[in-house]
Design a binder for this molecule. Structure first.
Ligand code: NAX
Length: 329
């Protein structure tokens, strides 16, 4: 048996946590031969919710689950962690604007970055899910200067999966047959779900959809951009949880074990200057992963109108960063 790995999860008593922990413990994220230790964090006020979660983890009798630690202390949660899933965040209250959410969450991620920097394994991989995910990931990374910035990412995989499903249903093929989808930019409604490079069995999807440009612009793109709100309305106030947990599993699995042959996925990663997105933001790009490393897919042809959409999301990220720049040091 392999030695156990330590997986830290923040906001672990929240609704995504309830869909996520059991799947990690079952082996869905790191394989059915990988023992794990869960290091679960939540705020002090939420500690009592751990009781039932632990009882249910016990009752699943997961063979891979070596130990579960619950804590409100970040040093305990991140101590020697191999992976950190930063899910916990202040929820967006009524009448709260995005900038208010940033102001509320910025200090949380600043503290988490500093603690990761001091106690986590030097090669830890960090996924930020809590919103606004891209900017929170940037704050975390900036506050962990001793860790490799390439080991920080933000979750755009739910948006990527949403885009895959919308197209698969439209052209009536299984999702597994669609490759090379992209969601560019910020995890917000400025994101750009881009079908122009996607293929189905090696044929460009756009060639199959020459009559469907209205559907792409008027249905596909806004449906993916606004899916989070549509889910909240359909679930009568509750946001995506099972699909978010599934996307976390997909994101980490691909990052660690590699993407499919002839395919890529969307990940929020530190920009490098490619595609006219200057370095210094966490932006979603198409990436391939191999041996635990991601590589941005470069040199794709971008039309002027697509370039404009990509810049719009970049500008939004700059505005977000401007609002919280004091948290970067
Ligand atoms: P919940 O409100 O159910 O849970 C949030 C958890 O975070 C709670 O347990 C709360 O106690 C904890 N928390 C609050 N302040 C904290 C702090 N200072 N440190 C650590 N934990 C803290 O939200 P849930 O539905 O689980 O969503 C979690 C986050 O994921 C939210 O920010 C949400 O907006 C974000 N999402 C991001 C997605 C993405 O694609 N990037 C999609 C799903 C989700 O909406």
């Amino acid at each position: 048996m392999k030695p156990p790995i330590r997986i830290a999860v923040t906001g672990a008593t929240g609704q995504i946590g309830y869909s996520l922990l059991y799947r990690i413990a079952a082996g869905d994220m790191f394989g059915h031969d990988q023992p794990i230790i869960l290091q679960l964090h939540d705020i002090t006020e939420a500690q009592s919710f751990f009781k039932g979660i632990i009882m249910e983890l016990d009752d699943c009798a997961f063979p891979l689950l070596n130990q579960v630690i619950t804590t409100d202390n970040l040093e305990v949660a991140f101590g020697d962690a191999d992976f950190a899933l930063l899910v916990g965040a202040r929820p967006r209250g009524e009448k709260m604007e995005r900038k208010d959410l940033l102001a509320a969450n910025g200090p949380i991620f600043r503290q988490q970055g500093k603690t990761l920097n001091s106690v986590a394994k030097r090669n830890i991989k960090v996924l930020v899910v809590g919103n606004p995910a891209n900017t929170n990931a940037f704050i975390t990374l900036k506050n962990a200067p001793d860790l490799d910035p390439r080991n920080f990412s933000a979750m755009l995989r739910l948006d990527h999966n949403r885009a895959l499903s919308q197209v698969a249903q439209k052209i009536n093929v299984p999702v597994s047959k669609i490759n090379k989808m992209i969601v560019w930019g910020n995890h917000s409604n400025t994101q750009f779900p881009d079908l122009s490079h996607a293929t189905v069995e090696n044929q460009k999807i756009l060639e199959l959809m020459t009559q469907d440009s209205d559907w792409i612009n008027d249905t596909f793109i806004p449906t993916v951009q606004n899916r989070g709100s549509a889910i909240i309305a359909a679930r009568q106030g509750k946001s995506s949880a099972a699909s978010a947990a599934n996307a976390i599993i997909n994101h980490m699995r691909d990052w660690v074990f590699g993407t499919r042959e002839n395919d890529w996925v969307s990940m929020g990663v530190l920009s490098t200057g490619c595609y006219d997105i200057p370095t210094g933001v966490i932006y979603s790009f198409p990436v391939t992963c191999k041996n635990g490393q991601y590589q941005i897919v470069e040199d794709l042809k971008i039309t002027p109108s697509d370039h404009q959409r990509m810049q719009q999301s970049y500008q939004e990220l700059l505005t977000e960063q401007e609002a919280i720049k004091s948290l970067f040091n």
